[in-house]
Ligand binder design. Structure first.
Ligand code: URA
Length: 208
């Protein structure tokens, strides 16, 4: 199993408000940020620290610090951008790349329309963020594109995942670990996650 699910009563509590149709844009954004921050804590559990010596008011001690320059966040446009602040809350110096994909209506394959990564992307650990992992098509294409650029350390962070999306990533990219807040039941005929929360992009940007 390549996925880690945040099983926690506080997450269920926050997801209840996030999912609720009556939750407004401001609160929705705040909840996405909050849950994203918690996801990053889990995703960074295996982070390598650099040894350092500091001085407390009482004595010297050996400890460790993170080289934040080793990290990049890659939101999948546009809903993924809603998760950036949550990641930056804990890794404020991470660089940010963007990828935009649309679906070819005949082939249903994702087509890239925007791709801009920070310098030296292949040497960074990349956190791909997208709130909804539905079919997994966009996330898988994003990961493939990053691998083409030589990136070897990739993690996928999402808020709501569907079993089909997890399966796609596990099949296409068994080396990529998925961190999500919940795994929902299924996809409907329009590839929306059920019960889900609707269109995450529309809810983050208030476009509906
Ligand atoms: N994208 C969304 O925003 N919501 C879904 O349910 C599936 C994909």
């Amino acid at each position: 199993m390549n996925e880690f699910v945040l099983n926690h009563p506080l997450i269920t509590h926050k997801l209840a408000f996030l999912r609720d149709i009556n939750t407004g844009t401001k609160e929705f954004r705040e909840l996405v940020t909050e849950i994203s921050t918690i996801l990053v804590y889990e995703a960074m559990r295996d982070a390598q620290l650099e040894k350092t010596t500091i001085e407390t008011p009482l004595e010297k001690m050996e400890t460790g610090t993170l080289n934040e320059n080793n990290y990049a966040i890659v939101p999948i446009l546009r809903a993924g951008m809603g998760m950036i602040d949550g990641v930056l809350n804990v890794i404020p110096n991470a660089k940010i790349g963007h990828i935009g994909l649309y679906r070819n209506e005949e082939t249903f394959e994702p087509v890239e329309y925007y791709y801009k990564m920070p310098e030296g992307i292949k040497n960074r650990e990349v956190l791909v963020v997208d709130p909804m992992l539905a079919t997994g098509g966009s996330a898988s294409a994003t990961i493939s594109r990053l691998k083409q650029d030589g990136v070897t350390k990739i993690k996928l962070l999402c808020i709501v995942a569907a079993p089909q999306g997890i399966e796609t990533i596990e099949n296409d990219h068994p080396d990529v670990k998925i961190f999500c807040a919940t795994v929902d039941r299924e996809l409907n005929e329009n590839a929306y996650i059920l019960p889900g929360l609707g269109d995450a992009g529309d809810r983050v940007y208030g476009t509906k």
